[in-house]
Design a protein around this ligand. Structure first.
Ligand code: HEM
Length: 493
């Protein structure tokens, strides 16, 4: 089927790097990647940290763009992908398709099954509608409000440890590691009400699974690739099953406790079970235990790392821009002051919102969006994207395109977002940190709340600068992360 899509795309005049059977363009991609992994993009000691990261994160796309433009075809094995870094093309294409009409590349669904199963990220068609109807209400701001105090508690515990570390003479802290662990704890508690220890077990297995799936030399898209790396594939399957077992028992325990209790916990799992028990509106809302497990995995995965990375990159940028640390601290003093943090107050932190938007522009935690056409998509009169075409949208490229943002595209300027939710981008589809259309990220309100709470607490207690040990080298491991962590030097206020 993919070959049919490919020939139709070729007929429509799309170019791209010539593929070789059976790897497609994979060897070229790996060669480029290995070279870029050697170089750092500066460090605090060299004083030349650049935010111009596209050619570092996706060296092969940056190179192919030069010869094939912003829309072209490349191949993962025998799977053709339509690469898009052109917002106008994206607009024309997406205006033709509703959320329900999109698929996800079959090759990723299959490969990432141990991680996401058939959770919301991967479902399609009527199944996606059914899942989204159950899940979306759990993320509305009213439901999320009750989670604020748990977030404050987990973050305060982390910051107390930082204070102890500073008092004992060690003021350098790798914040990436710390924030990721705390975000994991937050999602464990706010989503499933599970203990730190239980949450840690799930997180460790998920991290091992992520390493197996994304760090090893696998050949996704190449025929019979499972036979090429049997060890990693068996390992991924084993870890996937173990995580499933943990979630099956969490769900069974919760269902038992609901029967004996008329006030179940208001965490995401509680809300999901409540929504899922409503057989309303002909939507057939009920989710099976298997479906609930897949959604839990999806929350855990989608929910903690992306948010943790947004906070981590923010701390890098604030360490480089002390003036913004000061501005945010003043805003916190005005909006929150001595009051307890609660969700309603957070919406007053406007400048912090601009900073989040600017960080997600320069360092989008989700560096690409992937879709698959279900049915032919008519982009223009004489331009059709055929059924089953895999689509890869390069978010990093669009967020760093000087034609869309101007000459200061690689500068940290949160004020871009002061009067424009789109940051002054010349095209409204050029800024898509949470995706677009009906399939846009369902968890973004949770991120906004967690981001503001964690940052408020950090800025109220500490100021921080970059450690001389920091080496700037953003890389992709599903999400966009600092390869060597983020060591910062902290001072208590
Ligand atoms: C900085 C934080 C986050 C970023 C940058 C982010 C980004 C994204 C992106 C780019 C997509 C794909 C959208 C598309 O295809 O158009 C997505 C989907 C999704 N995200 Fe997030 N996300 C974040 C936080 C979260 C959180 C906290 C959760 C849940 C706890 C979550 C759960 C999901 C789910 C379930 C989907 C699939 C939605 C669907 O297909 O209907 N995300 N996210």
């Amino acid at each position: 089927m993919e070959f049919v899509a490919y020939w139709k795309l070729k007929k429509n005049g799309f170019g791209g790097p010539p593929p070789r059977f059976p790897l497609g363009n994979i060897s070229d991609m790996k060669k480029n990647m290995n070279r870029s992994n050697i170089d750092s993009l500066g460090g605090s000691s060299s004083n030349i940290i650049t935010h111009d990261i596209h050619s570092r994160a996706f060296p092969y796309f940056a190179r192919w763009q030069k010869s094939h433009g912003k829309v072209f075809i490349y191949w993962l094995g025998t799977e053709p992908f339509l690469y898009i870094a052109e917002p106008e093309f994206l607009k024309k294409m997406s205006s033709q398709v509703m959320g329900k009409g999109w698929g996800k590349p079959a090759v990723f669904k299959f490969d990432r099954d141990p991680m996401f199963g058939n959770g919301l990220v991967m479902t399609e068609g009527d199944e996606w509608v059914r899942h989204r109807h159950v899940i979306a209400p759990a993320f509305n701001p009213i439901n999320l409000k009750v989670m604020a105090s748990l977030m404050v508690e987990s973050t305060t515990k982390m910051l107390d440890n930082w204070t102890r570390s500073i008092n004992s003479g060690n003021s350098e802290i790798d914040v990436e590691k710390e924030i990721t662990a705390t975000a994991g704890e937050i999602i464990a508690r706010t989503s499933f009400g599970i203990s730190y220890q239980y949450g840690k077990m799930v997180l460790e297995k998920l991290r091992a699974l992520q390493m197996t799936l994304f760090k090893s030399n696998r050949f996704v898209g190449v025929p019979f690739n499972k036979l090429l790396c049997p060890k990693q594939n068996l390992e991924a399957k084993r870890l996937g099953k173990e995580i499933d077992q943990l979630f099956f028992s969490i769900i069974a325990d919760r269902k038992k406790s609901i029967k004996g209790d008329d006030k179940p916990p208001q965490d995401l799992l509680g809300l999901l079970l409540k929504e899922s028990q409503v057989e309303g509106g002909g939507l057939g809302k009920r989710l099976t235990n298997r479906e609930l497990v897949d959604e839990c995995k999806t929350f855990f995965f989608g929910g903690h790392e992306t948010t943790a990375l947004a906070i981590t990159w923010t701390l890098l940028l604030l360490a480089m821009h002390m003036d913004w640390q000061t501005q945010l601290r003043e805003e916190i003093r005005e909006v929150i002051g001595e009051k307890d943090i609660d969700a309603t107050l957070l919406s007053g932190l406007k400048k912090m919102g601009w900073v989040l938007n600017e960080v997600l522009r320069l360092y989008p935690s989700a560096p690409n969006v992937q879709r698959q056409a279900r049915g032919d998509i008519q982009v223009e009169n004489d331009l059709t994207i055929p059924d089953r075409t895999n689509v890869w949208i390069d978010v990093v490229a669009m967020h760093h395109d000087p034609n869309l943002w101007g000459e200061d595209v690689n500068e940290f300027k949160p004020q871009r977002f002061k009067d424009d939710a789109n940051g002054g981008c010349k095209h409204k589809m050029g800024y898509v940190p949470f995706g677009f259309g009906g399939r846009m990220c369902v968890g973004r309100n949770l991120t906004f709340m967690e981001y503001k709470i964690v940052l408020t607490l950090i800025l109220s207690r500490f100021s921080f600068t970059l450690s001389p040990n920091y080496s700037h080298s953003p890389s992709i491991l599903l999400s966009l992360r600092p390869t060597h962590g983020l060591p910062l030097i902290f001072h208590q206020l």
